[in-house]
Design a protein around this ligand. Structure first.
Ligand code: UDP
Length: 404
């Protein structure tokens, strides 16, 4: 089955028709994406799915990946942190290296296309080698409070683009070019989100020794203090005397992240051998995350700071009510009282968990609305639609109404 017909079953034929209608005037046009990694990380995951969608829609869509040395990626990691506000600087030689690697890639890659999307800071300087076409800088991180020295270096590159895209309005910068807000999205057909059979769910839960004898409260997150796993345990302890449940905290192994290892140790200490708390420091296992989200009664994302929080769309898609911190992109997804609740403290989370555990019919209704909310706003088909709008807008930067 083609991707578009698979999407038609999920979002309806009219929504697919809208995509086709938007794409029709762009048929045969070349559309190039460039990023810095072919696998691993959200951007690669999104492009893996988006490029075939655009091809099916008739665009000549390609995806190129820049090559760089470890020293180059050290520099761009510093860019990444500095854009997110860390006070960190670079030596002139490092800026030179960044420029040089981008120039080498510009020679190596075929950058000729009608539309070029450059993802994140690593390949941003490719714009200096533009021969033609409309170019858009697609920034996936929060660039609202960058460290000045690094931003002053990057700014002239960014300002040479035709447009910039940020995931949230609050992540953007004042720029003299077109700007668009396009939030991230999830892939409904991936291993992490596809429908699972009961047997698949059972098997995955068994693998991680999580019984299904009582309602499961779940948080899926890296072991990071901003995800507030200790607050989650505190909330669970407040609920437990009134409503029997299990708590599952699923996260990465934190093997390559010293701070993560520290948080994981604190979480284990706080869990204190409670047989109803499952701290799963697990390797990347999309099927298991999918199964846990489907087995859960309530999903938490009690972050105190957050980018977008893809875990929330993932859980809503699986018809779970979500209780989330009122930060970052979480309020876009958790509509108070409709798809879940926004909270500001462990006490607030406990109050909402307790009342939802007592009202399964309400939890079910919220879950259904959550799925509808994600279907409308946070599937990759919506991101594809936004990108098509953007291509039209770059062609006609002066027009506020575009007739197709
Ligand atoms: N995730 C995962 N395994 C884990 C922890 C997280 O697969 O042990 C996934 C999670 O399902 C989500 C992503 O990692 O798709 C995390 O994205 P999010 O935006 O929620 O948070 P971030 O980690 O980017 O701050």
């Amino acid at each position: 089955m083609s991707l578009l017909s698979a999407y038609a079953e999920v979002i309806g034929p009219e929504a697919v028709h809208t995509l086709e209608r938007l794409a029709a005037p762009l048929r045969g046009r070349s559309f190039l994406h460039v990023n810095s990694t072919a696998a691993g990380g959200g951007v690669a995951e999104i492009l893996t799915q988006l490029v075939p969608i655009f091809r099916e829609l008739g665009l000549d869509c390609r995806w190129e990946v820049i090559a760089g040395t470890p020293e180059f990626f050290d520099v761009t990691k510093t860019f990444h942190n500095a854009l997110q506000g860390e006070a960190t600087g670079l030596a002139d030689a490092q800026y030179d290296l960044y420029r040089r690697v981008n120039e080498d890639n510009a020679r190596r890659l075929d950058l000729s296309a009608d539309y070029v999307f450059i993802h994140d800071p690593q390949p941003a300087a490719l714009i200096a080698s533009r021969k033609g076409g409309k170019w858009c800088w697609r920034c996936h991180i929060d660039a609202s409070h960058p460290h000045p020295a690094v931003w002053e270096f990057l700014r002239p590159y960014v300002e040479s683009y035709d447009a910039a895209v940020f995931s949230m309005a609050s992540y953007s910068q004042v720029l003299p070019i077109l700007q668009f807000r396009i939030p991230p999205a999830i892939d409904p057909f991936s291993q992490k989100n596809r429908d699972l059979s009961d047997r698949e769910i059972e098997r995955a839960l068994k693998k991680y020794a999580v019984p299904r004898d009582k309602p499961i409260i779940l948080q899926v997150s890296r072991f990071d203090r901003f995800k507030d796993p200790l607050g989650v345990i505190a909330a669970y302890r407040m609920v437990k005397p009134y409503a029997d449940c299990r708590l599952v905290l699923a996260g990465g192994t934190a093997a390559d992240d010293p701070e993560g290892a520290l948080v994981l140790a604190q979480v284990r200490e706080a869990a204190a051998e409670d047989p109803n708390i499952h701290v799963l420091a697990m390797p990347q296992d999309d099927l298991a995350i999918n199964a846990l989200q489907r087995a859960a009664a309530i999903v938490l994302q009690k972050s105190t700071r957050e980018g977008f929080g893809l875990t929330v769309s993932e859980a809503l898609w699986k018809k779970k009510p979500v209780i989330a911190g009122a930060v970052g992109g979480l309020p876009l997804q958790v509509i108070e009282g409709a798809t879940g609740y926004l909270v500001h403290s462990p006490e607030g989370a406990a109050f909402r968990i307790r009342s939802l555990l007592k009202r399964p019919a309400l939890a079910r209704r919220m879950g259904q609305r959550g799925r509808d909310h994600v279907r409308l706003h946070f599937l990759l088909s919506r991101q594809a639609r936004d990108y098509l709008f953007l291509l039209h807008a770059m062609d006609r930067p002066e027009e506020t109404i575009i007739r197709l």
